[in-house]
Design a protein around this ligand. Sequence first.
Ligand SMILES: [Zn+2]
Length: 209
Amino acid sequence: MEPFIRTDQYHYIKSQAMHMVHSHSSANDKGVLRVVTDLAMEKVTGYGDWTEEQKIHLTPLTGIKDRGDAELFLNALKSYVIPFDEVSEAGLKKLFPKAKKLKLPDMEIDRKETTYLGWIDKNSGKMFIVAPYKGKRKGLQGTFSSLHKKGICTICNGHEEVGLFVTEIKGKEQGTFIKRGNYICSSSEACNRNLKSLQQLEDFVELMS
Ligand SMILES: [Zn+2]
């Protein structure tokens, strides 16, 4: 079967699998566990436009009792995750035509856990983001100043080490610029792990561009 799960959906399913593990370690009541299981399954099947055939691959979620079960389930599910499409040098130039000598970020990442790319360019010190947006790709660039403490990230809503990401966009009048700033995770790897909603990322992209 073709991969059919988006990375953000995978992280959502993962959170539900971990919720199952937690529930089994803290509750013994069979009735309670049945409700928890039914709810988790309902949430997961309702998190995408899955076909009946695709849903079959999600049902082992109901059998999860411990961490080992969850790992087995998630490993099996990973073969159905759509990986982040690699960015070519040409693709990067197209996204950031004005950025000089911009190098591709380290792609030694788990592309099945990656929804967007975020990195600081060593040459310019600027932050670059390549994110999916309404079926296409969009590039954001700006400055990033670390806060060196934890806060809520605008992209993933996680509580992580954050920093202020500021972009400059053209104002309505020619030659004017408007600054937009938001706190986001310092580590894009952590951010991607937390990101359970593509919509949230698209909202962020819209806000910043
Ligand atoms: Zn984040």
